[in-house]
Write a new protein. Structure first.
Length: 224
């Protein structure tokens, strides 16, 4: 997928990898609603947005098991994951980008790409619908039928396809899993507090944090 060309000047880490859900896309309310549909199907209690932000983690099956109070095997998780995504798709048209997403994309002086833990075949046309495709040299989502795992292996594949080493890269995301993925490849990470994770958890991680995407880009630009 073609997009922005490398800048002639830029930060020491010249490539920025964006997360999608909860970062560029403001979908917290939809994620919580879809999660509650999945929980209700299994006889579970609803969660609030604050509860979800504080307790969500990967692998998602572990989060579901905690909230439902019982073990969730692969078959049960697959069923819950399908219910979640069916509900998510219904509400997707109501989601907007984060308030300063387009300004943040325009502010980065190097190349950019997008890596999401949402399904690739649905991600690509959705990004196009929001008019963001020209910003990215590559857009990748999950290429497996059931998600819920960690981002690290997908980031390694994403960078391999781009021909980049982790030392050239900054990732902006909204979860501790984003930070762990960046660390796993030797990249840096700036965490955005306006997404799907509790801001206090992110700030306690020791990674740079920002309350807006434009501030996140400013921090990312200044990283050594």
């Amino acid at each position: 997928m073609t997009g922005a060309q490398p800048a002639t000047t830029g930060p020491a880490r010249g490539h920025l990898v964006w997360d999608w859900n909860g970062t560029l896309l403001d979908d917290l309310d939809l994620v919580v609603d879809a999660t509650n549909v999945a929980f209700a199907s299994a006889g579970g209690q609803s969660v609030t947005a604050d509860e979800h932000r504080a307790r969500f983690r990967r692998p998602v099956a572990d989060y579901y098991a905690e909230m439902l109070g019982r073990a969730i095997d692969a078959e049960a998780f697959g069923a819950l994951d399908r219910i979640f995504h069916d509900a998510y798709r219904v509400g997707l048209a109501s989601c907007a980008l984060a308030a300063d997403a387009t300004a943040a994309l325009a502010a980065w002086p190097g190349t950019q790409s997008l890596l999401s833990m949402w399904f690739h075949d649905e991600l690509v046309p959705t990004v196009r619908t929001y008019g963001l495709t020209p910003h990215f040299t590559r857009v990748d989502g999950l290429r497996v039928p059931v998600g819920g795992g960690f981002k690290a292996e997908w980031l390694a594949k994403h960078l391999a396809e781009l021909g980049l080493g982790g030392g050239e890269v900054v990732l902006i995301g909204d979860s501790l899993d984003d930070a762990a993925a960046a660390e796993s490849v030797g990249a840096r990470c700036v965490l955005y507090t306006g997404g799907l994770s509790d801001p206090q958890r992110l700030r306690a991680s020791g990674h740079p944090t920002a309350d807006t995407l434009t501030a996140a880009v400013t921090l990312a630009t200044a990283l050594p």
